[in-house]
Design a protein around this ligand. Structure first.
Ligand code: ATP
Length: 247
């Protein structure tokens, strides 16, 4: 598969300080890759997704999407192709149904096409019809997470960036979501980068692991060659060090 996204020696500094959130990061992503981004708290995982969605700008290095420098792609166009589902999503005062349709309304798609796509993803993700008229105050955190994922998927992005999408989902919904995402990547070659603290989800889902610590990419390996036990131990140790440092 040709390279779809490429980072070359990318660094990101905090806006108000000299602290490097990401340091000298280089990796390639091919179309249809399913990438698990792992690492202890504060390792830079969310910072990476924000960078890829152009919510922040690198202070060094180059990012290319489909062989074009990120800086030359209009930001709104880029965000139509590369969609981020953050850890906490808002429905902006809309009902579930309207919130899922909203990105397509913004793109001025014909009403019938909007309805078709929304219905398709509501069914595929098993969003119950009784949620459709609720607003975000009437949804649990996990329910909001699922709605946010549906709202991203209706747009048919080329790259989907998911920040801990299963952190508040129950086991049944988590395994269904993993099936849906795997199918999307294999059938439609949608590229998926998923931050996840649950290594068993990463193990089920991904074709590749990017392991971050203290803003550095310390491991970039195909899932087939990962020693999951060793990775788990290393993450537990790194988390313990973070907890000790935070007191
Ligand atoms: N805008 C900012 N200004 C200063 N520091 C920041 C900013 N955003 C994040 N940080 C710091 O950068 C580091 C990386 O944060 P990030 O949210 O990317 O970590 P993470 O790996 O996603 O963590 P978690 O697993 O807890 O979500 C942390 O130490 C965080 O406190």
């Amino acid at each position: 598969m040709p390279i779809q996204l490429q980072l070359q020696q990318v660094s990101l500094s905090a806006s108000l300080g000299s602290q490097d959130l990401l340091q000298d990061i280089s990796f390639d992503v091919a179309r249809g890759d399913r990438i698990a981004i792992v690492g202890p708290s504060g390792a830079g995982k969310t910072s990476l997704l924000r960078l890829l969605n152009r919510l922040s700008e690198p202070n060094a290095g180059v990012i290319q999407f489909e062989n074009q420098d990120y800086r030359q792609i209009p930001v709104l166009q880029l965000r139509q192709e590369i969609v981020l589902v953050p850890q906490e999503s808002k429905l902006l005062g809309m009902t579930v149904q309207d919130a899922i349709a909203y990105p397509l309304v913004l793109r001025k798609l014909p009403k019938q096409q909007i309805q078709q796509r929304v219905s398709h993803w509501i069914e595929t993700l098993h969003v119950p019809v009784e949620w459709l008229d609720r607003n975000e105050l009437q949804l649990s955190v996990g329910q909001r997470q699922l709605v946010a994922i549906a709202r991203a998927l209706v747009t048919q992005p080329k790259i989907l960036l998911l920040d801990e999408p299963t952190s508040a989902l129950d086991a049944g919904r988590t395994s269904h979501l993993v099936e849906v995402l795997t199918d999307l990547a294999t059938t439609h070659q949608t590229t998926i980068l998923m931050v996840n603290h649950q290594l068993e989800i990463a193990e089920l889902f991904c074709t590749r692991v990017l392991h971050f610590q203290l803003g550095r990419l310390i491991q970039d390996e195909p899932a087939s060659s990962i020693n999951w036990h060793k990775l788990r131990e290393s993450l537990i140790q790194a988390e313990a060090a973070v907890v000790a440092e935070w007191g």
